[in-house]
Design a protein around this ligand. Structure first.
Ligand SMILES: [Zn+2]
Length: 580
């Protein structure tokens, strides 16, 4: 069934399945709730699966806790006590004794760039999934090995670099990368995606010297002597692309790589308990459909269009919501308005701490261009989504959204802001008025605590502000932004409830939320973000049977060890897609 672009807010607040997806709910066996989807055989008799003896946190406020549920036709058909639900078991029913383990709805990541291809085929100079310190020498060694098999003039690239996870206690620089090669341009990608580190060959071949002025929206950074130090930020990176050629592949090879990447990352997602991911990655849609056919797509996809695809949607009247329960077109790809949180290039209203000359980040889009983009996309029935980290950028985005929604009122369209990191009271008021749905950094509180001193406690008390947003009645969701952040939902939950990072530092403790709230952020709020709360995000009769079995109850483990709790099983549509 196709979802409507215009979301109905009332249904979320009541958690009623009725409406959008045509679900009907009712009572069954004194307290257990049942429901069925229109047209499907989902009477609770003879279910495909019964799970019992579990500590189920449904994230459905009508029935927040349960012991058991039944699944039929890929959906939950009954939720209740073990004795009640076991009574439904028929001849063909599989049963699963959860032995008092915790079960929660499948986790949802509302901002992710994972396509798998980089993980499978490229040089990784950092750890994509967890905190790990590396040496500059290890980076040089890995890239040298790649250079040895790469034709001169072709880029030698490294991925998943994190400037604050270096054992050397000094920045990576151009001289380090000159040791990789004097024949190849070398490019080390910061995992945040907004800065790159280049060798001298790259600058020479691009014709960039210490005297080249910074382009709009980016910088060529210098050392104390005024020489290029190798670091390039935001839109300046594009000016170096002409310095080398890319490794080339035949169309068939290229297709195979992308497809293998999708299957690889899908396995990784479900291993960590993710059952739905909002994909910010152009050129992967065909591979996802191919993997779906060959059973290699294990998670559900909200695909965020850009470029040719977005243009084709606008030209041909395809709105957000087109697709089905596995692959659906979502809001747009993040339209980038400023720089990065982790790489300290986001546009903020006060200068960064300890950086001279005074620097307030990069704005990468003019208000006029942004207004025109938002108007055109919104008018075409496609949900807006902008990348904005700093308060200055969020202000710009809201100005464009307010203008577009006023020109073409369309009801509750939930314009999305990706990251939406640094807020203030005025921005929150304007977000609430438009029912903006933010995708907040999820794992940063834990993973990036070594970078928060660049902002300081005052700013951090308004950063990734789950407490403030929830209290204002806004529905924040969890967006890892992988590769910038690891995508483990349990690492995200730990950071949300503690605001304490891997190094023991706590920043912005006022923004802590409860475990119950963190579970909502990582499940139902993610469903709300893509207007799919009627079919997923909670363990509710009638909804898709996406759930995760955890070895320990998150309520009883040490809050600083939540990220280490084992994902025992991940189930999508009633089928087990991961088992520890
Ligand atoms: Zn992103």
């Amino acid at each position: 069934m196709m979802m409507n672009y215009r979301c109905n807010r009332r249904e979320f607040l009541s958690h009623s399945g009725a409406g959008i997806a045509g679900l009907v709910s009712g009572q069954w066996l004194g307290g257990a709730t049942t429901a069925h989807a229109q047209g499907a055989d989902v009477t609770p008799r003879d279910p495909d699966l019964v799970v019992f003896n579990a500590k189920i946190y449904t994230v459905d406020s009508r029935v927040p806790k349960a012991e058991a549920f039944a699944v039929k036709g890929g959906r939950f058909v009954a939720v209740g006590r073990s004795d009640e639900i076991k009574g439904l078991v028929g001849k063909k029913t599989q049963t699963y004794d959860a032995r008092q383990m915790m079960i929660v709805p499948g986790f949802i990541d509302t901002h992710n760039h994972g396509r798998g291809e980089v993980l499978l085929y490229n040089v990784l100079v950092g750890n994509p999934f967890d905190v790990e310190f590396v040496t500059i020498q290890s980076i040089i060694d890995k890239l040298r090995a790649r250079a040895a098999t790469t034709p001169p003039g072709t880029w030698v690239e490294g991925y998943f670099f994190d400037d604050t996870k270096l054992k050397d206690n000094r920045p990576l620089n151009a001289q380090d990368l000159d040791k990789v090669s004097t024949e190849h341009p070398v490019f080390v990608h910061h995992r945040g995606g907004h800065t790159g580190f280049y060798n001298s060959v790259a600058f020479q071949r691009a014709g960039i010297t210490k005297d080249t002025p910074n382009p709009f929206g980016g910088t060529y950074d210098k050392d104390e002597k005024g020489e290029l130090n190798g670091r390039v930020t935001d839109r300046a990176m594009a000016t170096l692309s002409k310095a080398g050629t890319l490794e080339s592949f035949s169309p068939a090879e290229k297709e195979k790589r992308v497809s293998n990447g999708v299957a690889f990352i899908s396995k990784k997602f479900v291993q960590y308990g993710l059952t739905t991911v909002h994909h910010n990655e152009p050129g992967v849609l065909a591979a996802m459909q191919e993997q779906r056919v060959s059973a290699g797509l294990l998670h559900r996809v909200s695909y965020e269009p850009t470029g040719d695809l977005l243009e084709a949607m606008i030209q041909n009247g395809i709105e957000s919501g087109f697709g089905d329960e596995w692959i659906r077109l979502g809001a747009t790809y993040e339209h980038t308005v400023d720089g990065s949180f982790s790489e300290r290039t986001m546009a903020i209203s006060r200068p960064y701490i300890g950086i001279s000359p005074p620097y307030q980040g990069n704005l990468t889009e003019t208000q006029e261009d942004l207004n025109a983009w938002a108007e055109r996309v919104h008018r075409a029935g496609i949900r807006l989504n902008c990348h904005a980290n700093g308060d200055v950028a969020i202000d710009r985005v809201l100005t464009a959204y307010e203008r577009a929604l006023k020109l073409y009122p369309r009801g509750d369209v939930r314009p999305k802001i990706t990251h939406c990191s640094l807020i203030n009271d005025d921005l929150v008021r304007r977000m609430k008025a438009l029912n903006v749905v933010p995708a907040e950094f999820s794992t940063y509180a834990y993973y990036n605590s070594d970078k928060f001193h660049f902002y300081g406690e005052e700013m951090m008390s308004h950063m990734t502000a789950f407490r403030t947003l929830i209290d204002a009645g806004i529905v924040p969701s969890a967006g890892s932004d992988f590769s910038p952040g690891p995508f483990s939902p349990l690492m995200a939950i730990q950071g949300m409830v503690t605001r304490t990072g891997w190094n023991g530092e706590t920043w912005g403790a006022n923004q802590r939320i409860s475990l119950e709230e963190a579970l909502r952020v990582n499940t139902i709020n993610g469903a709300y973000n893509s207007c799919e709360e009627a079919i997923k995000g909670s363990i509710t009769s009638g909804k898709l049977a996406d759930f995760v079995v955890l070895a320990d109850d998150l309520h009883t483990v040490d809050k600083k060890k939540i990220k280490d709790v084992q994902v025992v099983r991940t189930v999508v549509g009633g089928s087990t897609v991961y088992q520890a």
